[in-house]
Ligand binder design. Sequence first.
Ligand code: SAM
Length: 294
Amino acid sequence: MANKLIKTIDRWKESYFDYLTKRLDSGESKNIAVLETIKVLKKKLVQQNIVKILDIGCFSGAMLNRILNSLSKDERSRVKAVGLDLDREVVSRGADKYQDIVFVYGHIEKTLPLIGQFDIILLSNILHEIAPSSKLSERKKRIREVFRDITNLLAKNGNVIILDGCKPTFNKTITISFSDDRDKSLFVEFSKKYQALKIKCVEVGNKIETDQISLTAFLTKSRYMKEDYWENESLQLYQYFSEKEFIDMFEKNNLKLKTSAPQYFSQDQLDSLFKSIKPKIKTPAKNILLIAEK
Ligand SMILES: C[S@@+](CC[C@H](N)C(=O)[O-])C[C@H]1O[C@@H](n2cnc3c(N)ncnc32)[C@H](O)[C@@H]1O
């Protein structure tokens, strides 16, 4: 029994490792946080001799490594890259693999390690993992507190870059007609299996009555239902802040907003999934990229 459990955990950890590492290592990933961080980093390398970058929730360091790989030899020699994560196993695998990165083991909800100040801090898909088992209002409070502590690690004129889920501003009730019955069944199954949020799902004939927040959760999370790491994903709420709540958090910490760019699902993707959504709503964002400056 114990052996079987260990094997299951090993399997989901391994497939999660592949998911977060392979496309970055091959250079195939077009991750917006990577591309935007490269731009910010290159700009800073023109303005100053040494640039320090910290990736919080760096996982194995694959993202940071992909960023470093885009630099020239001279640029790369002037970057000090630090990755911080609470997962000892992935941190140690990363330390073996990417030797230009300094890895720090740390839990940002506890004390932030005293590792100096940084010109760039990257928070890619990490804030939504804070206080995962608390109720939403408590989680939002904790995220704001942790973010305030993170801004203390930011040097003057430093940039913080966030990529994370984005909650729709409105939550209208909508009625969906799916193009394919299998996708309708998938929505019903998702509403039963997703645990981080109560998904509104009322079957009305061959249509589904739901709301914008439930639809956004379905679009961002249902693709993991067949994965070994689904159990973990099913507990995570990706959309905790709306765009305005992120921007308010920057203002509270005296940061200047530089970029706020929700990344939308393509109309083609949505058209292939839905026959109609009534009333017509703005396409949900799959995530949001934000950049602010101290
Ligand atoms: C979804 S992964 C994102 C990995 C990577 N940043 C990316 O975008 O591909 C979230 C990472 O954050 C780490 N993490 C979650 N909570 C954390 C915490 N409180 N302190 C430090 N790292 C944390 C996890 O171990 C995991 O590696």
